[in-house]
Design a binder for this molecule. Sequence first.
Ligand SMILES: Nc1nc2c(c(=O)[nH]1)N[C@H]1C(S)=C(S)[C@@H](COP(=O)(O)OP(=O)(O)OC[C@H]3O[C@@H](n4cnc5c(=O)[nH]c(N)nc54)[C@H](O)[C@@H]3O)O[C@H]1N2
Ligand SMILES: Nc1nc2c(c(=O)[nH]1)N[C@H]1C(S)=C(S)[C@@H](COP(=O)(O)OP(=O)(O)OC[C@H]3O[C@@H](n4cnc5c(=O)[nH]c(N)nc54)[C@H](O)[C@@H]3O)O[C@H]1N2
Ligand code: SF4
Ligand code: SF4
Ligand SMILES: [Mo]
Length: 891
Amino acid sequence: MAPASIRLRANGRDLTVPAGLTLLEALARHGIEVPTLCSDPRLKPASACRLCEVEVRGQERPLCACATEATEGLEVETHTPALEDFRRSMLELYARRLPAGAPERMAGKPFQRLLDRYGVAPSGNDRSGFREAGHPYLDVDLSWCVACGRCVRICSEVQGQDVWTAVSRGTDWHVVPETAGSLLASGCVSCGACADTCPTGAIEDAARIRHGQPDRWVRTTCPYCGTGCELDLGLTDGRITESRPVLDSVVSRGHLCVKGRYAFGFQEAEDRVTRPMVRRNGAWEEVSWDEALDAAAVALRQAVMNAGPGGVGVLASSRATNEENYLTQKFARLALGTHNVDCCARVCHAPSATGLGQVLGTGAATNSFADIERAAMLLVVGANATENHPIVGARIRQRARAGVPLVVIDPRRTELAAEATVHLALRPGTNLPLFQALARVILDEGLADLAFIQSRTEGLEAFVTSLQAWTPERAAAACGVAAEDIRRAARLYATSKPAMCLHGLGVTEHIQGTDGVMALAHLALLTGNLGLPGAGVNPLRGQNNVQGSAQMGCEPTRLTGYRPLARALADHLPVWGAALPEAPGLTAMGMLDAAGEGRLRALLVLGYDVLLSHADARTTAENLHGLEALVVVDLFMTETARAFGTVFLPAASPFEKEGTFMNGERRVQRVRQALPPKGDSRSDREILCALAERLGAGGPFRFPDAESVWNEIRQVWPDVQGITYARLEREGGIQWPCPDESHPGTAVLHAEGFPGGGRAAFRLLDYTPSAQVATDTHPWLLNTGRSLFHFNAATMTGRTRNGHLRPDNGLELHPADAASLGVVDGEAVTVTSRHGSFTLLAHVTDRVRPGEPFATFHSVPAFVNQATGPGRDRHTGTPEYKVTAVALRKA
Ligand SMILES: Nc1nc2c(c(=O)[nH]1)N[C@H]1C(S)=C(S)[C@@H](COP(=O)(O)OP(=O)(O)OC[C@H]3O[C@@H](n4cnc5c(=O)[nH]c(N)nc54)[C@H](O)[C@@H]3O)O[C@H]1N2
Ligand SMILES: Nc1nc2c(c(=O)[nH]1)N[C@H]1C(S)=C(S)[C@@H](COP(=O)(O)OP(=O)(O)OC[C@H]3O[C@@H](n4cnc5c(=O)[nH]c(N)nc54)[C@H](O)[C@@H]3O)O[C@H]1N2
Ligand code: SF4
Ligand code: SF4
Ligand SMILES: [Mo]
C-alpha cells in the first residue's frame, strides 16, 4: 500500500502532505502559492501555460508543478529569480493579447491578480474576438481570451458538451463555440462552467458584467433537484446576483447545472405572493397575518368538527427543509389529530421506497454518487440523468466515454442512451418482462453470484421457477427490443463487478412501479451487487428534499425515519408527549378521492401544485372542488390555489431561511439564509407553529430556530442522532445512518447485513400489463417527463430567464408520425386521450420511437395532465404518468 503521507522540501522548508497530490496542490496546502493560468482543480493537468514551472533538484529543466506528483524526498524551489523572470516575461506575452481599454472586465479575476503581482498591464488593442451578448446568462468577449484552454477543457472534461473548439488565428489560437455562430445556437446547456473557470472574464456571467463583484457570499444547497449540489450565492446590495459552484463540495465537486447556477431569480419575481390572503366572495383579498392564520385555523378546526380528524389532510412540500417537513407531519398528527399526511414522493419515487424496503429492508439509495467513479459498469434505467440530475448525468457520461460499459433502458434515445454500449429502447410500461428476462439470462448462463445469494438472500428457488415464463425471446416480443440485446445487457451487468444501477421515474410511474423496483433489486441480489462501493440500486430522487419529506414522516403509515408507525412509536411518544391518532391515514391520492366523496373537508397544501401535477386533471379538479377549505402555503399563486384556494399563506423561499435538505444519497446538508423573507412572507416553520398555537396545540411546536427542530428529529430518529448542525458546519453534509457524533456517516448501505440482521428476500412478481394500450381510436402511447431548463410545474424556473434558452416544451414526435399527421416541426398538435386533451408544438425528432410521442409537463397553458389517466401503482398509488393511449391531430 502507498504511504498515507509523504515528506518533501520546498524553499528550504520540510513539508508533510498526503500522498497522491500534485506538487501544485501539495505546495498550496502549505500556503506556497505557485502562479498558474491553465490549471483548475476540476481539470486534468494541461501543462500549457508553464507559469507553474518550479526547479526540482536533480532535474535539468524546471517542471510544471501541476503535472508533477509530489513524491517522497522531492526538493523544490518555487520562486527563484530565474523562475520569476520567466513568469514575468510569459505574462507580458499574454498581456499583449489583451486590450488595454475597459479594464473593469478583468477586475478581481485571477489573471488580473497575477498581472498585478508581476506589475504587468494589458497592452494590446485587438477587440475583434468572438462576442456574444444576447445570452440571458453568459457574456462572451474573446478579446480577453489568453488561450489557456480552460473553457475548452471544462466543457469537455466536466460537462461533456464539447461546445468550445480551439481555432488558430495567425500565429496563436483562440476559442469559438462549435458552430462559430453563437452559444445559444450550439449544444451549450448553460451550466456556466466555462465562465466559472475563465481566469480573465472573457467568458463571464452576464450578471457579473452588469453588477460587478458581489459584496457577500453565502454557501447553501441547491433548491431544485435531489442531487443536492452546493452553491455560493453572491449578494450585491442585498440582492442575489450570482450563484457559483462550490469547489470543495463532495456532491457537486465544483459543478452546477443551469438551474442551480442561474435559476435563482424566482426569489424576487414581481408576482411572488408576499402578503397573506383570504378569498372573499370569490376574490383574493390581502389581510393581516393574524386574520389569515385565524381563517386557516378556523377552517381546519371546523372540518375536524364536522367530519372528524379524518376530515382534514395535509400535503407536505418536498421543496421545504427537513425541519419544516418534520413539523408538517407533527402538525397533522398532533395539532389536527390525523395521519392524513403525505408528500409528492407519492407521485414520484414512493415505489422505490416501498420496493427497496420490501426486498432490502431500507427504502433509500444504497450507494453514493461518488460510486459512479468506482463502478465497473453502469446500468441506467428510466432516468434521463443529463437533463434531470445533470451533475450525476455528466459524470455517468464521462465514465462511459472513459470506456466503462453503460446499459441504458429507456424508450427514448436520451443523451446517455446515445453514449451507451447497449440501449434497450423498450415499449413504455414493459419494464417488468425485461427485468425478469435479464434475471433469467443471468441465472441460465451461470453468471449469478451464488456465494452472495447463499449467504445473504432467501427465496431464490421459488423466484427461479417464477422466471420460467420470461425467456429473452418472449420478453423481447413484449418489450419491442432484440432478444440478443437483452442477453448482452445481462452479461455486461453480471460480469462487470461492481455494477451500479441508477433508476428514475421510467421505472416507478407505472402501474407496475413497485414491482419494477423490486425486479431491479433482484438483479443486484443475483449478482452480489449490494453492500459494495460502486454497486447498489439507486433511485435518482426528484425534488431537492423529497428524500427528506418521506424520511421525516410525511407519509400516512410512517413516522420519522420512514419507519412504520408501530416500530417508531416508542421513539416518538416520550418526546412528543402525546398519544397518536388511532385511525389510519390516507395517501395523497386517497385524500383527493375522499375530498371528491365529501369525506375530506379541508386540505392544507404546502409547496405542491396538485392540480397541475397530478394525473387525470379533470378528476383532480372535481375532487378539489369537493373541499370546503383549501389552505395553500407557497411562494406563488399556484394553479391549485388560483382555482380552489381559500386561504393563502406566503412562504419564505429556500434562500430566506435556515435548515437542512436531504439529497438522493441520504446526505443531510445545510440550507443557509442569504436574505430576509421577501415582503411579509414567513418560513414554513413559523407558519406551521403559529397555526398549531391557534389550534390550541402550541406546546409541542415552540422552537426558537431550525436547529432546535433538527435536534428533536435527532431524538426521535436514531439514524441521524450523530448529525449535528455543528458537524454539518465543520464537515459538510453527512449521510445517514449516523448513529453517534463520532460516526462518519454511511456511504454504502448493507455492507454488513440487511436491516434486522435478516436476509434480503426475492419476491414473486406477476406482470399485469397496462390498460393503456394502443387501439384504433387511440393509436399512440404518450410518455411524459421533463427536460433540462424547466422544473416540474415550472413555478420557479418559469420566473427566470431559463425560458429564453431553448423552446423545449414541445411534443417530441417521430418524423414518421409527423409525416402521417402532416405536421412539420413547430406546428401545433392536439393530443387527446380518453381523459382529456392538450395542445403542444411538435418537436420532430427521432430520439423517440414511432408511435410514442413524449411531452414534458412544464407548460402551464398546455396543462399536459389533462390527458394522463387514472392508472395507479397497485402498492403505492403512484400515478401511471408514463403511458397513456392517445389520438393525435394537427391543431
Ligand atoms: N430539469 C429538470 N430536472 C428535474 C425535474 C424537472 O422537472 N426538470 N424534476 C425533478 C423530479 S421531481 C424528479 S422525480 C426527477 C425525475 O427524473 P427522471 O426519472 O429522469 O424523470 P423523467 O424525465 O420523468 O423520466 C425518465 C425517463 O423515463 C423514461 N421512461 C418512460 N417510460 C419508461 C418505461 O416504461 N421504462 C423505462 N425503462 N423508461 C421509461 C422516459 O423516456 C424518460 O427518459 O427529476 C428531477 N429533476
Ligand atoms: N405528466 C406528468 N406529471 C407529473 C410527473 C410526470 O413525470 N409526468 N411527475 C410527477 C412528479 S415526480 C412530481 S415530484 C410532481 C411535482 O409536482 P409539484 O410538487 O407540484 O412541483 P413543483 O413545481 O416542484 O412544485 C413545488 C411548489 O413548491 C413551491 N415551493 C418551493 N419552495 C418552497 C418552500 O420552501 N416552501 C413552500 N411552502 N413552497 C415552496 C413552489 O413555488 C412550487 O409551487 O409532478 C408530478 N407530475
Ligand atoms: S456553459 Fe457549460 S455547456 Fe455551455 S459552453 Fe460553457 S461549459 Fe460548455
Ligand atoms: S443538478 Fe440538481 S442540485 Fe445540482 S445544480 Fe442542477 S438542479 Fe441543482
Ligand atoms: Mo418527482
